[in-house]
Design a protein around this ligand. Sequence first.
Ligand code: FDA
Length: 365
Amino acid sequence: MYDYLIVGSGLFGSIFAYEAGKKGKQCLVVEKRDHIGGNIYTKEVEGIQVHQYGAHIFHTSNREVWEYVQQFAEFNRYTNSPVANYKGEIYNLPFNMNTFNKLWGVVTPAEAKAKIEEQAAAYRTEHPANLEEQALNLVGKDIYEKLIKGYTEKQWGHRATELPPEIIKRLPVRYIYDNNYFNDIYQGIPIGGYTAMIEKMLAKAEVRLGVDYLEHKDELDALAEKIVYTGPIDAYYGYQFGELEYRSVSFETEVLDQPNYQGNAVVNYTEYEVPYTRIIEHKHFEFGTQDKTVISREYPAAWKKGDEPYYPVNNEKNNMLYHSYEKLAKEEKKVIFGGRLGTYKYMDMHHVVAEALRVTKEELI
Ligand code: FDA
């Protein structure tokens, strides 16, 4: 008999397995995919760690979380500094003095502020009716048209005039020459990839790949005292109240016979006519010098049952539905729900680490 049956070998399930193993608990991990790691899985191609489920950059200001992950990997000094490509013009992101200088030739923060104020003032309205009006209201025409409009429309699958203004609450602008996308204190990529990190976490557990827990629920439940479930919560309950919705994304990955395709790990394509939103060039996450390169084009996609669930759509309808499932989950004596799918919440990796540590502390006294 195992102490814990862990459903899902993503970051949440793997941390739980590691912490339980340290306390001498026996864990069986079942994973429906043919690999461990969940969405942070990286696969080596041409000596390059390819982020199979989208770019994953670890960043946090939580020192405990940062120190915790260091035991599983050494992190490099990668700093996310994406650039935007609008019809062949290149702009730095997030919006900062480098962006403003390129757009308007302004040099000082005061000049940049005055320019944005002048542009936004032309569209000032107290009650923006849609996302377009909201964005124009905040940053004016140039930034909106070159860097926001097309990208947002592709991401949501709707024109900006059809999207609610609340999607963009504020648009952070930085009046310093700093292209670092994240404001966190700590940032980096694990040298050797995320999969190697997960392997270390799962070293003491028994792992069975290609096993869908829900298809063998009764026989698997009988093997363990308790269950840690990190799959979709609505699927666990047989969708009895209805289905939770997600946004999906698809990736088109290609090996190119050249050492450097775009000179940066992340390039956003902000014009509507280019069908993908981003191209990731994986080697730049690790300062790779290989002869070849691997790129992934990222296409936002509508989601239907059976597709890979990526981003929960936390609108009122879905949140209410989730709360109905959550009520059932709270009554469970033998099952702990965790991770992004088990709690229907978008979580960055550092949130998952913090949450997994909180749950394990509570559970494994
Ligand atoms: P995860 O989904 O990884 O693991 C769940 C596992 O359970 C999966 O392996 C799944 O196959 C398995 N499973 C589900 N149902 C099952 C069943 N019935 N039987 C058996 N197994 C089952 N974060 C960040 O900090 N920096 C970043 O740059 C990014 N980038 C990013 C890009 C994209 C496109 C997305 C969608 C997300 C990010 N993230 C991120 C977030 C990051 O991916 C996320 O925090 C973790 O992967 C969540 O780990 P979990 O263990 O919760 O879920």
